[in-house]
Write a protein that binds this ligand. Structure first.
Ligand SMILES: Nc1ncnc2c1ncn2[C@@H]1O[C@H](COP(=O)(O)OP(=O)(O)OP(=O)(O)O)[C@@H](O)[C@H]1O
Ligand SMILES: [Mg+2]
Ligand SMILES: [Zn+2]
Length: 305
């Protein structure tokens, strides 16, 4: 039995989703129809990279949920979702991002509702609900860690996660709470094999009540399934490879967390390993990528022991 397209767990109804998962992702019990087929989405995505406020290099589309249909955002429509079509370079990227976001959630990292949708031609695309548009017409300000440091986007790989921690300390209202969220997010990104946690994949969000806090996680994929350049795009404790528990302990101390808090955070990630493996088993990835993903989770968990 195929897993729920959103939560990646067994037992969806005939729509492919659990009703509660469809509701979380789309606000309705039944999933929307996706307007375009994957080729059209890819064309529009390439176009969008040139014109959009959504920065980045991968194809993605701004979408609007209108009357039970998910359509490409045009003038006058409120953007509600971001959609990423299959990639011509990296196999099964939507399936990878969908399960990786669920693994992040298991590790207690805040994530927006996300999952897979079928395009008009039956291909799987990744879709995520925008966390900066909680209610129309309100829009929350998101500033990424290039903007916060007044660096141009091309410098997204510059610096270290320690420098990013300083930005969290400097710009948020409750730095201790936000730094401990930041620490968990960094650790979990490494744990799932996302080597591309750069400055533009981290952001601060001004909430509706005016507080500035760490934005939920976005753009999390197990890039280790495709690349083996480094373990982290921004180094921790001076290292971007072969990180050990010791490095994460030092980084925790740098973030101002007491040793016991670091220990608890690490253990809470380690503790969900078996459930994370089960999610990968149930996911839409093909068998060989599942095997590699599971081996990585086992290996990273062992590094934290
Ligand atoms: N759920 C979301 N809600 C609001 N904004 C989002 C969301 N997901 C992504 N974004 C914004 O869109 C940008 C691009 O999305 P994302 O990073 O997922 O795509 P990408 O093309 O893979 O990025 P890159 O190639 O730069 O790593 C993000 O930098 C962020 O500003
Ligand atoms: Mg990105
Ligand atoms: Zn579900």
């Amino acid at each position: 039995m195929a897993a729920c397209l959103a939560c990646q767990e067994p037992g969806p109804d005939e729509t492919g989703y659990h009703p509660r998962c469809a509701r979380a992702l789309f606000g309705t019990k039944r999933p929307p129809q996706v307007e375009a087929d994957s080729r059209r989405i890819t064309e529009l995505g390439l176009e969008m990279i040139r014109h959009t406020t959504l920065s980045g290099v991968q194809q993605k589309l701004s979408m609007s949920l209108v009357g039970g249909r998910l359509i490409v955002t045009t003038a006058g429509l409120e953007a509600t979702h971001v959609l990423k079509p299959p990639s011509s370079i990296f196999a099964h990227l939507p399936e990878n991002e969908a399960v990786s976001m669920r693994v992040m959630a298991l590790a207690r990292v805040a994530v927006p509702p996300s999952g897979l949708v079928r395009t008009a031609d039956g291909k799987l695309a990744y879709v995520v609900r925008r966390f900066d548009r909680p209610g129309i017409p309100r829009k929350l300000a998101l500033e990424d860690f290039c903007q916060l440091a007044q660096l141009p986007p091309k410098d997204k790989y510059q610096g270290s996660l320690e420098q990013c921690a300083q930005l969290v300390r400097r710009h948020t209202g409750e730095p201790i709470v936000q730094l401990s969220r930041f620490y968990r997010m960094a650790l979990a990104n490494w744990w799932v094999g996302n080597e591309d946690l750069h400055r533009k994949n981290l952001g601060l969000l001004r909430t509706a009540s005016g507080h500035i806090e760490l934005a939920p996680a976005y753009d999390v994929v197990c890039s280790r399934l495709y690349l083996d350049r480094q373990d982290l795009a921004l180094p921790v404790n001076g290292k971007d490879r072969n990180l050990r528990l010791r490095d994460w302990q030092k980084f925790g101390a740098y973030c101002g967390l007491p040793p016991r808090a670091v220990e608890r955070t690490v253990q809470s990630v380690v503790a969900v390993k078996d459930r994370a493996v089960q999610l990968v088993v149930d996911s839409y990835l093909p068998a060989d990528l599942k095997r590699q993903y599971i081996a990585l989770l086992e290996d990273r968990t062992a590094q934290l022991a």
